[in-house]
Design a protein around this ligand. Structure first.
Ligand code: ATP
Ligand code: MG
Length: 301
């Protein structure tokens, strides 16, 4: 498939799940089991398209790197077992490792807690020309910390700053941060992989039943299921408050892994191809210099 056709298709698919105006967003409008117009029998074809998409991504990423003007920050958030790790692994598999940086944010360390909550993430922002991936991010501050208020207590904030407005204040700060980043050439795209509670149970059971997957299971993940409703409310509120034109959320149906990966790949291709990336142009003086170096090389042979 030609790059142009591929990018057009990517745009059509990604756009379907792209939320640029949070105010209108309702989580119930996205079915985790949705596969758009693709049916199960399209899976082999979908895999082929994904492979082509990954090649296209590698090409776009080379140009991003060569141009060295912008960087791309991809943020992944999801409930456990929604497939973040697999989506990141597949979609980025064709990319030059030198142009890509992945950071995972787990429970904060005592050093992290001695700083403001953005601190640990800001240290990991991608350099120009690179794609940076956050596997979880500062958005946990509006998710797990909101669902478990005792985590907020551990943050050692001055008590007068912890009011009922704290979540709205965090959303405002995050919106401002992302606007600042986009004004500095950092393209921010956010992914919520939306798995259903039922499919999460299936995946937990297979982690328990298959020895090779046991390592992925933690008892704490099972406990978080009890707070499912609170998490869904927190996710919805987060998207409603932080999906903007410049830094949209993609709400990706995640009950079918093959579909999740295609949508994520499509969104990344769509993002990169909208940037008009091209290799830096060589001016006449530089062309002349290259020609004379070529001559010299041949003469010295
Ligand atoms: P993942 O669960 O992302 O696949 P993992 O299982 O390797 O990765 P965990 O040790 O489970 O890693 O770490 C992720 C956990 O860290 C999640 O439960 C998440 O809610 C928690 N976490 C991340 N950021 C924060 C934060 N700012 N405050 C408290 N907990 C956080
Ligand atoms: Mg985990």
């Amino acid at each position: 498939m030609k790059l142009k056709e591929l990018t057009q298709r990517a745009h059509k698919l990604a756009d379907h799940y792209c939320i640029t105006d949070g105010k209108k967003f309702r989580l119930k409008d996205i079915d985790p089991d949705d596969t758009a117009w693709l049916k199960d029998e399209h899976k082999p074809l979908a895999e082929q398209v994904l492979a082509e998409g990954i090649d296209a991504l590698a090409e776009l990423q080379e140009r991003l790197y060569a141009q060295d003007r912008r960087s791309v920050l991809l943020i992944f958030q999801a409930m456990d077992a929604a497939g973040k790790d697999g989506a990141i692994k597949h979609v980025m598999s064709g990319i030059n490792p030198q142009g890509c940086q992945v950071f995972s944010f787990k429970a904060p360390t005592s050093e992290d807690l001695d700083h403001d909550y953005l601190w640990r993430c800001l240290k990991c922002l991608p350099e120009r020309g690179r794609i940076g991936i956050f596997n979880r991010s500062y958005y946990e501050e509006t998710l797990v910390v909101r669902v478990h208020p005792e985590l907020l207590e551990k943050q050692k904030l001055p008590p007068e700053l912890v009011t009922k407005h704290i979540w709205d204040e965090r959303f405002e700060d995050i919106r401002n941060l992302e606007q600042y980043l986009s004004r500095n050439g950092v393209i921010v795209r956010k992914f919520f992989l939306h798995v259903s509670k039922k499919e999460q149970l299936n995946r937990f059971l297979s982690r328990l039943d298959e020895p090779s997957k046991n390592w992925k299971f933690s008892t704490a993940d099972a406990e978080e299921r009890e707070h499912w409703g609170d998490y869904m409310k927190a996710y919805e509120d987060m998207i409603r408050n932080t999906a903007t034109k410049d830094s949209p959320w993609y709400v990706v149906p995640a009950d079918n892994k093959w579909f999740t990966r295609i949508v994520v790949a499509a969104a990344v291709i769509d993002t990169l191809s909208s940037l008009d990336l091209h290799y830096p142009k060589v001016d006449a003086a530089k062309r002349q210099e290259l020609a004379s170096v070529r001559d010299a090389l041949l003469k010295a042979k």
